[in-house]
Design a protein around this ligand. Structure first.
Ligand code: FES
Length: 185
């Protein structure tokens, strides 16, 4: 745990702090979306759980593919099911769900069609595969990218993401990007 995270975790009712934000771009679900596929791995799962909650509230059908190293690292599975989502779980060692990567069931579902929104958060290689499968299926896809962030407000360029429109700071132009615009995940 970093120093600032530790300080945050120790704050209680009545504590105060200075905050600049929120900045950047979050998930932008296309208006009228009816069916979504969410693909997440490891620490990328919680942000996608918040998205699933929002989608369900909007009446969108949600299918989820989750990937973890092993069963003891799995998070959010029950929470996604409680929202009414169909959940596919994969682990690298086969200790929970299907043995393998969650990009495989995701690609299969995308191949079956019907999705008008795809969102992914997790390892770069996973998001790259999801983006490619979504593009092949003709589904709009967003990815939430992880970058080192030093300033958080567009001044330092440590968070740059290479896109088809040039370098974009993940802190202000992301962290969620239209996957079709991303060159380096
Ligand atoms: S964190 Fe400094 S420009 Fe994004």
């Amino acid at each position: 745990m970093g120093d600032d995270t530790r300080r945050l975790s120790q704050m209680g009712p009545g504590s105060t702090s200075n905050l600049l934000g929120p900045g950047g771009r979050g998930w932008l679900v296309p208006e009228g979306a009816k069916k979504a596929l969410l693909v997440a791995g490891g620490i990328g799962v919680p942000p996608v759980l918040c998205l699933a909650d929002m989608l369900v509230e909007q009446g969108v059908d949600v299918d989820v593919c989750l990937g973890f190293g092993t069963a003891s690292k799995a998070v959010g599975v029950d929470e996604f099911r409680a929202l009414g989502a169909t959940v596919n779980v994969c682990t690298d060692d086969g200790s929970l769900g299907t043995h393998g990567f969650c990009t495989d069931p995701a690609a299969k579902l995308l191949g079956e069609g019907g999705y008008d929104y795809v969102a992914s958060c997790g390892p770069a290689v996973m998001m790259k595969k999801v983006a490619a499968a979504a593009a092949e299926a003709g589904a709009y896809c967003e990815v939430s990218l992880e970058r080192m962030m030093s300033c958080g407000f567009g001044a330092c360029n440590t968070c740059n993401v290479e896109t088809v429109d040039g370098m974009k700071g993940a802190c202000m132009c992301g962290p969620v990007f239209d996957a079709s615009k991303v060159v380096v995940f």
